[in-house]
Design a protein around this ligand. Structure first.
Ligand SMILES: [Fe+2]
Ligand SMILES: [Fe+2]
Length: 270
């Protein structure tokens, strides 16, 4: 059955650097790649990895080269959309030879997995932390929703529309997400959103749409609901998310968060 692994918010920096002087995102992605490769034999067929933005921390050519170098070890092809920490043109230059990369405009694509499809959208707005879907993004999604004619669909964006309950992140979400949700609400098939940006595994419904936000391979955004809490990163264990289609009486998509830790061989139940 078709399946993919969502990797998000890898925030790669130049070799030897740490994000905020504390988070070794380069080591975290190397660990993620090793962990996915190690788990692969037990996961069945995986078609690809989908990277939902913030591939790099500063969007430089050096950082994209370093991202490529680490991802070359992954035993899976991968496709990506940009996040607010990316630079669209540097990303296009770095990955221009990939079949999913458009020659110009937003980095958006459709990947058909057979029983379902993933629509990757570009919500990067230069110089901003929050996201917006461009006019051509709306045209693209409109066309694709018509063409897909009700096929089960995941809409992938870096910026989520779902509020996660961390005020600083909710202020920097997909600002025109409400218009997109209206379009999705009219879709005749099963549709869900899959995003990144928050560096936490958060799930909720907006209207009828299931919205899933992915953990990062590296640091998390700290959840501290106390008043006057400082907006901060934490070095919680990173994770990736497995999405797989299952057939049978509950035919459809399921997801499973895979922590990027190592553990002993499974112990058979007695
Ligand atoms: Fe991020
Ligand atoms: Fe982000």
């Amino acid at each position: 059955m078709p399946a993919f692994i969502q990797i998000s918010d890898t925030h790669i920096v130049e070799k030897g650097r740490l994000v905020c002087g504390a988070s070794d995102t380069n080591a975290a992605l190397r660990n993620a790649v090793a962990s996915i490769n190690w788990r692969r034999p037990s996961l069945g067929k995986i078609d690809c990895a989908i990277v939902t933005g913030d591939l790099t921390d500063n969007g430089t050519a050096e950082e994209y080269a370093h991202f490529s170098e680490i991802m070359a070890e992954l035993n899976l092809p991968w496709i990506a959309i940009p996040g607010n920490h990316d630079n669209r043109e540097e990303m296009r230059t770095a990955f221009g030879s990939q079949d999913w990369m458009p020659d110009a405009g937003p980095i958006q694509w459709l990947r058909d997995f057979g029983p379902f499809a993933v629509l990757g959208l570009d919500t990067l707005l230069a110089e901003a932390h929050h996201g917006e879907l461009s006019e051509s993004g709306f045209t693209f999604i409109d066309t694709m929703l018509t063409d897909l004619a009700g096929k089960p669909l995941i809409v992938a964006t870096h910026h989520p529309w779902l509020h996660c309950g961390i005020p600083e992140m909710d202020a920097d979400n997909l600002r025109n997400g409400a218009i997109m949700m209206e379009l999705l609400e009219q879709y005749p098939g099963d549709v869900r959103m899959m995003s990144g940006h928050v560096h936490r595994a958060v799930t909720g419904k907006v209207g009828n749409i299931l919205c899933q936000i992915a953990p990062s391979t590296g640091h998390s955004v700290h959840r501290d609901q106390r008043e006057n809490a400082k907006h901060a990163l934490t070095l919680e264990a990173g994770a990736v998310t497995l999405y797989m289609w299952q057939e049978g009486s509950q035919s459809g998509l399921i997801s499973d968060i895979l922590p990027l830790t190592t553990f002993a061989e499974p112990v058979p139940f007695q």
